[in-house]
Design a protein around this ligand. Structure first.
Ligand code: KDG
Length: 347
């Protein structure tokens, strides 16, 4: 009897699996289906920031373009606030093919392709315009190409922006003010090393845990662009912000390679162009937001401290050993290529 029940159970499971595998009319579009598959496809795009942030508005723009240009053959579902996970877990989901799009900062992405650390060198990019030219140029593309070996396709660079430090203890005007401050950083060793060099006590943490950590005072502060600081309401749990602008943080628009390979050539072009076009829109909104929100933050009760050029120069000196160490790790030639590109477009 027991044996009969076991066989019956196994047969039911096989039937259930077969039913799941049958065409439901809404495929996630794996490569195995073949490029000419007419099955409808769904892109699940997830990000960490909330639905008022320019990153989410950019994702909505991507959805609008893709759905229109594919006449609805590809549907884009959008998820914000870490609903699908944090930068690392969503990138892993893309590798596994269980999610199609995410747009992480380069810092957590460097855990997959270490060369991306170069874009997180403190004080690397002098302006957003220079960053655009380098990232959208030949050098930026070379880095996107490196993602393929990780089962990822980099479709475009978007913008997180220049990062500024906030905390709940005291104003930061010079490097000396970092001493002992418990700062949350992104999950990236170079960021940890740079903040240690400045005298802080950094701790890596996923973005999704940050607000609670500040609220519960597990950390004293964090660093992010002004748009994030305002739109994620960090002013409710932080009292000081300084324009440290210690790093320009790009986003990379990523697609799962297995999903991308399963698209027709036309569809591949549509998603690539849409990621670029939505990125231009996202960068513009982001810049407007970063400009606008300093006043709003002050109105919300945050004290703003300006970093003088001399104080910033001191910070630049302190983080140099971290840059040297990561130049060795990444490879001098690769780093030099980025430095040269920055110089070339800065003229
Ligand atoms: O959606 C992107 C965010 O998940 C993340 O990259 C934000 O800058 C960020 C951080 O500090 O984690």
């Amino acid at each position: 009897m027991k044996r009969f029940l076991t066989v019956l159970l196994a047969a039911i499971m096989v039937l259930a699996l077969a039913a799941c595998g049958s065409d439901s009319g809404d495929s996630k579009g794996s490569a195995a289906e073949g490029k000419n598959s007419s099955a409808k496809k769904t892109i699940r795009g997830g990000i960490g920031l909330n639905d008022s942030h320019p990153q989410y508005l950019g994702l909505l723009k991507f959805k609008e373009i893709v759905e229109e240009k594919t006449n609805g053959d590809i549907t884009v579902e959008t998820y914000h606030s870490g609903q699908l996970g944090d930068d690392r877990t969503m990138t892993e989901a893309l590798q596994l093919g269980s999610q199609e799009v995410t747009i992480p900062s380069t810092a957590p992405l460097a855990n997959f392709v270490p060369e991306f650390n170069v874009f997180d060198f403190p004080f690397l990019f002098p302006s957003e315009e220079v960053a655009d030219k380098v990232l959208d140029g030949e050098v930026g593309q070379k880095f996107l190409d490196k993602l393929e070996s990780q089962n990822l396709v980099g479709l475009a660079y978007w913008e997180n922006g220049f990062r500024d430090v906030t905390n709940s203890k005291h104003a930061i005007a010079t490097a000396a003010d970092f001493k002992g401050l418990k700062l949350r950083t992104m999950e990236n060793d170079l960021h940890l090393e740079a903040f240690r060099a400045l005298g802080a006590n950094p701790t890596p943490m996923a973005f999704t845990e940050l607000f609670t950590a500040m609220q519960q005072k597990t950390v004293d502060g964090q660093e992010n662009p002004l748009a994030t600081i305002y739109l994620q309401k960090y002013y409710e749990v932080q009292s000081h912000v300084s324009n440290t602008h210690h790093v320009y943080s790009p986003f990379v628009f990523l697609m799962s390679k297995s999903f991308f390979d399963g698209l027709t050539e036309d569809q591949q072009k549509i998603v690539r162009d849409a990621a670029v076009e939505a990125g231009v829109y996202q960068r513009q909104l982001n810049r407007e937001a970063n400009e606008k929100y300093l006043a709003d933050l002050q109105e919300a009760g945050i004290t703003y401290t300006e970093i003088t050029p001399e104080a910033r120069e001191e910070m630049v000196k302190l983080v140099q050993p971290a840059i040297d160490k990561y130049t060795e790790k990444i490879g001098k030639e690769t780093v030099q290529e980025v430095f040269d590109a920055i110089e070339a477009v800065s003229k």
